[in-house]
Ligand binder design. Structure first.
Ligand SMILES: [Zn+2]
Length: 234
């Protein structure tokens, strides 16, 4: 994408975010009157960690570090706009890791700990950040998957998908899609919940972009902007 066009799109997204914030503040005042304590908390989930690196690209790029980098940037940006946030993991480690246990048992412990964090959070909205991988390297583009358990999940996923296309990759023609029933957190959580697959590590051009911290910033702006629109009911 042309650099100037990219900058203009990002400015547009930030403008949407600021407008959303203003609308959101007005809406929140009304909600507070209607039901005290109903303010949402954005739970940001950096997929994988520690023993579980996630997908690995052809040049060795590992998913878990990129997920955390994007998640941390979303947390900073969302916090800047006054959103209450919780991170499922803030370091490179998995949750509840026990070296005496099998990989399978550690994976179960880790995913259940993430589920518990969401359950312990009042009025949560869950955004899980991952990267994709596929056998055929031609496939590329971010895609958002939503849980079937809450009507807000699909709305959130569509807003995120739109902003990821407009702000990060106009050549991406993917659409938000319901998550497979085998995805544990999408099956179990009953709050608004989505997984953002930020791109394919199996596509060499996309792997190169995903390895670049500047691109993490761009993805974080898109995700935050989509969330702010969701929160404000745009
Ligand atoms: Zn993953």
């Amino acid at each position: 994408m042309d650099k100037e066009l990219g900058k203009r799109l990002l400015c547009g997204l930030l403008l949407i975010a600021v407008i959303s914030l203003l609308v959101c503040r007005g809406g929140r005042a009304v909600r507070t009157l209607a039901s005290a304590g109903a303010e949402r908390t954005l739970v940001i989930d950096a997929g994988h960690g520690g023993f579980d690196g996630g997908a690995i690209g052809a040049t060795g790029t590992t998913e878990q570090d990129i997920n955390l980098s994007i998640a941390q940037r979303v947390q900073s940006l969302a916090g800047f706009f006054g959103v209450r946030t919780v991170m499922t993991r803030e370091s490179g480690d998995a949750l509840g890791y026990n070296e005496g246990k099998s990989v399978r048992d550690n994976k179960i412990t880790d995913i259940k700990a993430r589920e518990q964090i969401v359950r312990d959070t009042p009025n949560p909205v869950f955004i899980s950040i991952h990267l994709n991988k596929f056998g055929d390297p031609q496939y590329h583009g971010a895609q958002v998957f939503y849980s079937p358990n809450h009507a807000g999940s699909r709305a959130l996923a569509e807003l995120l998908q739109n902003d990821l296309i407009a702000g990060a990759d106009p050549d991406n023609h993917r659409q938000a899609k319901q998550a497979e029933s085998t995805i544990y957190l999408m099956k179990k959580l009953d709050c608004p919940a989505v997984i953002v697959e930020c791109g394919f590590l199996s596509n060499p051009a996309e792997e190169a972009r995903l390895a670049d911290a500047e691109y993490h910033k761009k993805l974080a702006v898109c995700i935050t902007s989509g969330y702010l629109q969701y929160e404000s009911g745009v």
